[in-house]
Design a protein around this ligand. Sequence first.
Ligand SMILES: [Zn+2]
Length: 258
Amino acid sequence: MIVEPVRAFSDNYIWMILNDIRSHCAIVDPGDAQPVIQWLEREGVEPVAILITHHHGDHVGGVRNLVSRFPGLEVYGPASERIPAITQTLVEGDIVHLGELGLEFSVLDVPGHTAGHIAYLGQGALFCGDTLFAGGCGRVFDGTFQQLCASLKKIRDLPEETLVYCAHEYTLDNLGFAKWVEPDNPELLLRDDHDMALQEKGIPTVPSRLALEKATNPFLRFDVPAVIQRAEQQAGRSLAEACEVFTVLRQWKDSEYD
Ligand SMILES: [Zn+2]
């Protein structure tokens, strides 16, 4: 498997999943068709499927144009959200077989950012849309904080070497908030320097490794003593449960950082 980004809007990544001989591909969350079509023409790759994580316009906005341009495309997406031109609805545990690519992905339900958000896991890679970001996580829109916390716990339990392909380049901004939470976390400070150097050269900071997220992303660290302490200080009360810590962090970022 080869994975390459197509950039869209100001900071979206549309991930192109290719077979090793670069003949066919699947397209993850095409919010805009134009940059995808340009990429397909330039690379001479035939698309076979679209994989959608959730219903937001910057993830599905290009679906109709791509389907009319490439009529055989299968469109996979969450069963409980309205996705344009969908041909295959998915729930937790379903397997997506991409025959032409020789690849399979299993489906995880990861609600919270939206109520029906799903992620695709296969070949050591996780395509998680706007659930987990490098250094952060998505906002809560039509899901709940409790759902997003549970979804992030589920992702945290995946193998440490899993590559996290999120849908936006938000990393440096996210790490800024992470430093509010854990100003003395040495791995976080190293990561911040490293990712800043990548961005200065115009290189994506995504994908990241789950092990690095667990070491530096406050939204996967809601049961680390220093993080609990910081969240309790922010809340002005003691927090009995990990998901309360998570909620305080997410609301703090929403109200004072973003
Ligand atoms: Zn979204």
